[in-house]
Design a protein around this ligand. Structure first.
Ligand code: HGY
Ligand code: MN
Ligand code: MN
Length: 400
């Protein structure tokens, strides 16, 4: 059935491509449990139904489609997420779900009958773009995040996660997690690691440790025109200096630091801000470097606040330790696919599940090397190669 796989990929892809796409930027606004993502969840259910795959939910907002007994043990899980960052790319997340459905088609067309249940997952709020904690669905499922913390998370409009979930009973589901024997997530590559290679698919070795730190800087709101420069306690200065310091400290360490989100109160052109809030996204190849980076930035922030006469509060919003994927599994899949093995600085639900079951990731080449942006891309041929690779891996893992 593989001969027209690229065409079948494009056909299925075009069903979801318009959902949640912003006409101006071309990026996606698919926030967890909002209309576009709910529409994609409906698409997921329809695709599962077309394949006679019953769908279950885990109470946390995660969806599962089952090939085999939904209560069956030692299942192989595959899938990814639908949600996006604001104006994100098309492939980050949905590629892993669309590819999983097509991989099921490939296996069935080849007459494969798995000896283990095969489960497709759509994890909720992987980006943390609405409620602020990434991999919220997989963290709840695994117990990495207590439901009471999730219930209190609020989006920009003040809607809590509990309200967004409706009457679902969020919380750890060890009995469900215990039924999974392995997890494989296919994902678009989010850097340039495959751009200059002839490999359309790679296997992941690790995810860099990373985290998010919110820093609130409080100063004295005042009039832009009547307040002397010497009399100001301007939090925007403390914030601006911290952004520059984070950039420098990251470069010194070969790490990554980003401040991509800021909020200003009262956010008026002719008013000195009373509060500026920034969010630091920090990542490094190892935990020691990451800790050193964050410590250095916190120190620079405090030092500058003293100079500016501002007050600073730093809150760790999420932290993800180094994820070293199951080395034996990664090597086994790399040999099976004749694919390179590479680390990533991007977080994934696979990084959360890896702490609970043998987990692997497949990356599909992204010719732009750009992600979390409308410029994110993948060719239909490479996506078809990804489906073939995923089908081979799922056959390898589900057939004894
Ligand atoms: O932020 C990340 O690394 C992922 O895309 N959620
Ligand atoms: Mn992402
Ligand atoms: Mn992703």
């Amino acid at each position: 059935m593989s001969d027209d796989l690229a065409a079948r990929f494009r056909e299925l892809w075009d069903e979801i491509a318009p959902v949640g796409r912003d006409a101006d930027s071309g990026g996606y606004l698919r926030y967890a449990l909002t209309a576009p993502e709910i529409e994609l969840r409906g698409w997921f259910r329809a695709q599962a139904e077309q394949r006679a795959m019953p769908v279950t939910e885990d109470g946390n907002g995660n969806l599962f489609a089952h090939w085999g007994d939904p209560e069956g043990e030692d299942a192989v899980l595959t899938g990814s997420h639908f949600d996006s960052v604001p104006h994100g790319g098309a492939y980050d997340g949905p590629l892993g779900i669309v590819s999983a459905f097509l991989a099921v088609d490939e296996l069935r067309a080849a007459g494969v009958t798995p000896d283990r249940p095969l489960v497709l997952a759509a994890f909720v709020e992987e980006e943390g773009a609405r409620f602020g904690v990434p991999c919220l669905g997989s963290r709840l499922l695994t117990g990495a995040l207590p439901p009471e913390r999730a219930a209190g998370l609020r989006d920009a409009a003040g809607v809590s996660y509990a309200e967004a979930l409706g009457d679902r009973p969020a919380g750890a589901r060890p009995e469900l997690l215990g039924r999974f024997g392995a997890f494989v997530e296919l994902h678009v590559e989010q850097g340039r690691a495959l751009v200059d290679t002839d490999a359309p698919v790679a296997v992941a070795s690790a995810i860099w440790p990373h985290g998010r730190w919110r820093f609130d800087v409080d100063g004295e709101g005042n009039h832009a025109g009547t307040t002397r420069m010497a009399d100001r306690r301007d939090p925007m200065l403390t914030y601006a200096f911290t952004v520059l310091a984070a950039n420098k400290e990251a470069r010194l360490r070969g790490a990554h630091a980003t401040v991509g989100r800021v909020s200003v109160e009262p956010n008026a052109t002719n008013a000195i801000p009373s509060r500026v809030t920034g969010w630091l996204d920090a990542r490094a190849a190892d935990p020691q470097t990451l800790a050193g980076l964050v410590e250095a930035v916190r120190g620079k922030l405090a030092e500058r606040a003293r100079r500016d006469g501002t007050a600073v509060t730093v809150t760790e919003e999420s932290a993800t330790p180094l994820v070293a994927f199951d080395g034996g599994l990664a090597q086994r899949l790399a040999a099976l696919l004749d694919a390179p093995v590479l680390p990533t600085g991007a977080g994934h639900d696979a990084g959360v599940l890896a702490g609970h079951l043998p987990t692997a990731m497949l990356f599909v080449r992204n010719p732009t090397g750009v992600s979390h942006s409308p410029a994110e891309a993948a060719t239909d041929d490479d996506c078809a190669a990804g489906v073939r690779a995923l089908a081979r891996v799922l056959k390898e893992l589900t057939c004894r």
